[in-house]
Design a protein around this ligand. Structure first.
Ligand code: NAD
Ligand code: GLY
Length: 385
């Protein structure tokens, strides 16, 4: 049995002998060129801890064009391999798409000793992980993330799900993958705005967990595309550490949701025309303001965060920010951190340190009437009228 809540991050030094790969853990392998080395089949078998009866790859049409046939070829060495393709983007992360995936899996005859291989960004990983968790009450899956955001965040930790009309990620499971294969070489084909989405989550790791990562990002020319791939492994390690401590998201894991109450609400209120990473960046400006307003976030660090985010966000990516405040509030009230109808957020005190309330919670109550001013503040800072 995989005790996947112990998550271990391995790198190229461990690869030759697969030294360090533990059978009772969810192993995450981060290594440049992994995908190109004719080794994917072997790694998949190692991560699954067995040869699967068959494999079904789930991907989107953009990623399929770039990497689909190589992966089919690689996995066909170990088992019969089929492929399910989704349209790219957040609109594929719905219940109807999930139902279609489940019926395709049944048509392809995937049994409980087969495996799903999720090749793509966070959308493929989230909906594919959800399908893996409910198909025949659960089949094993391996994540092969191809966006920066998925490599440092969504492929790790087992959060799966779909969006609904009443909010983002409102239905889902926590179901750990058998393993994660991360090859930074995938990022060579990733458009610049998708890299920015991933840098948004890197800034989140900086503010919530690592002053060192934050300072590195500050020192880098991130806005014009300097190479930040060396930060992938440290970010994965932070996520692995936090999820291993709190896999079911009742404690410290909620710190990884900083910027997300408002971020998710903006995404949903814009009908997903604003991307996840950009929405979270705006969400961090708003929630940073809230934390400062509540006397929690130290002023110098609040301003440092704002300055770094401003360097990344271009006005043309923010035009969709002009949505109705009522819609934003409605979605914020469906956030999973809330309790008894009260808004709660995970808020920072310093760069690298999150606030813990007197009763030991990482979720701080936030007066609902501060929501609108916090969004107005972000719009003002970003000069979106
Ligand atoms: P995405 O999956 O939509 O991918 C973005 C775009 O990049 C898509 O058009 C895709 O086709 C393209 N693409 C992917 N890899 C590529 C490559 N190597 N080269 C060229 N194009 C490529 O978006 P995303 O930003 O990866 O993920 C966002 C989703 O992740 C959201 O739904 C969000 O809720 C979810 N998420 C989940 C978690 C979690 O813990 N489960 C954490 C953070 C975000
Ligand atoms: N992305 C937040 C989490 O996995 O908990």
């Amino acid at each position: 049995m995989v005790r996947a809540t112990i998550i271990r991050v391995l790198n190229s030094e461990n690869l030759a002998s697969l030294r360090g790969m533990k059978k009772d853990s969810c192993n995450i392998i981060v290594a440049e060129g992994l995908f190109a080395k004719n080794k994917i089949g072997r790694f998949v078998v190692e991560l699954l801890n067995r040869t699967p009866t068959s494999c079904v790859i789930i991907t989107d049409s953009t990623v399929k064009k770039l990497y689909g046939s190589i992966l089919v070829q690689e996995l066909s060495r170990i088992a019969r391999t089929d492929l399910i393709t989704l349209p790219p983007g957040e609109r594929s992360k719905g219940f109807s798409q999930c139902t279609k995936i489940l019926s395709d899996l049944a048509k392809l005859g995937l049994d409980r000793e087969g495996a799903l291989i999720l090749l793509g960004g966070g959308v493929v990983g989230d909906i594919g992980g959800f399908a893996a968790s409910i198909y025949k009450r659960g089949v094993k899956h391996v994540q092969i993330p191809t966006t920066l955001l998925a490599q440092i965040d969504s492929s790790i930790g087992g959060k799966t799900g779909v969006d609904t009309e009443w909010g983002k990620n409102q239905i889902g499971t926590i179901y750990q993958p058998a393993g994660v294969l991360i090859d930074p070489a995938f990022l060579k084909t990733l458009p610049r705005h998708e890299i920015l989405n991933g840098i948004g989550e890197m800034i989140k790791y900086g503010v919530t967990s690592s002053a060192k990562i934050f300072s590195e990002l500050e020192a880098n020319d991130i806005e014009s595309g300097s190479d930040i791939t060396h930060l992938i492994e440290p970010c994965c390690k932070i996520k692995a550490r936090i999820v291993s401590k709190d896999p079911n998201d009742f404690g410290i894991r909620s710190t990884l949701n900083y910027g997300h109450t408002i971020g998710h609400s903006l995404e949903a209120a814009s009908n997903y025309t604003m991307s996840h990473g950009i929405s979270v960046l705006v969400g961090m400006i708003s929630e940073g303001w809230l934390a400062h307003e509540l006397g929690l976030f130290q002023t110098t660090d609040f301003l440092r965060q704002e300055a770094l985010i401003k360097r990344l966000l271009r006005k043309d990516s923010l035009l969709n920010l002009r949505m109705s405040q009522n819609r934003i509030t409605k979605f914020a009230l469906t956030d999973k951190k809330n309790a008894s109808g009260k808004l709660r957020m995970s808020l920072p005190e310093r760069i690298g340190r999150m606030h813990v309330t007197k009763d030991g919670s990482f979720k701080t109550p936030v007066p609902i009437d501060l929501l609108k001013p916090s969004i107005d503040y972000a719009k003002n800072v970003l000069s979106v009228a």
